[in-house]
Write a protein that binds this ligand. Structure first.
Ligand SMILES: O=C(O)[C@@H](O)C(=O)COP(=O)(O)O
Ligand code: ZN
Length: 210
């Protein structure tokens, strides 16, 4: 996809995400790598009403090349790309059930969600939880960079998910699957539940690597 097509696809996904209530107001941000840096949604923009021409383009050193002022989380996207050189896109949302899990006191901070379904294991895998810092706090960079070495998805405490993918479509699909699994996890909290076993997870990772 060329840069113009990527801009249009960011706007298309933003609108779809917003229209389905997966993030509200001006929350969330989306980025895609381009050869000379990244495209990222402007700060305070509503994902449902993005203008492809105004999407920010920033260099690999963090300088604005064109478009509106970038998301305040651009540094966080940059850190995640550093940890995951094969990933091409990152999505951060305030999707309700994922945010709810990020607020639980006794969540497993090495992996917030159990393997409930095969598709979750294939699309997300593990979900380390990063300590709380205010949005835009640069201390998030180091924490996310470290956590993302082992997982394409991280959960920011009392905030929400950040998910990388090998394409924009893949990053969006993984973020949606994470949200559905967070919802199932919360629905099943009072129920005796059979999660997938370690052997099931190993088999899935062998059958569907990457
Ligand atoms: O929660 C926040 O403030 C940010 O993480 C966010 O979701 C939206 O920030 P901008 O991308 O700067 O609009
Ligand atoms: Zn946020």
């Amino acid at each position: 996809m060329n840069e113009q097509e990527l801009r249009e696809r960011i706007a298309m996904h933003g609108q779809s995400i917003f229209n389905r209530g997966l993030t509200a107001g001006s929350s969330g941000n989306i980025s895609v790598r381009v050869p000379d840096g990244m495209l990222i949604t402007p700060t305070n923009s509503c994902l449902g009403r993005l203008d492809p021409e105004r999407i920010s383009k920033i260099s690999n050193t963090g300088h604005l090349i064109s478009g509106d002022k970038p998301s305040k989380e651009a540094f966080l996207h940059h850190s995640m790309y550093q940890s995951r050189p094969d990933e091409q896109s990152i999505v951060h949302l305030h999707s309700t059930h994922s945010v709810a899990v990020s607020c639980l006191e006794n969540v497993d901070r090495s992996n917030a969600l159990p393997p409930i379904t095969a598709y979750y294991v294939m699309r997300v895998g593990t979900l380390p939880v990063v300590p709380y810092f205010a949005p835009g706090d640069e201390r998030l960079a180091g924490a996310v960079e470290q956590a993302a070495k082992a997982s394409r998805a991280v959960l920011l405490s009392n905030h929400g998910p950040v998910v990388a993918g090998k394409s924009l479509d893949a990053a969006v699909a993984s973020t949606e699957e994470l949200e559905e699994t967070a919802k199932l996890f919360l629905m099943l909290r009072q129920e005796k539940t059979r999660y997938l076993t370690d052997a099931d997870v190993t088999e899935l990772n062998q059958r569907f690597p990457g």
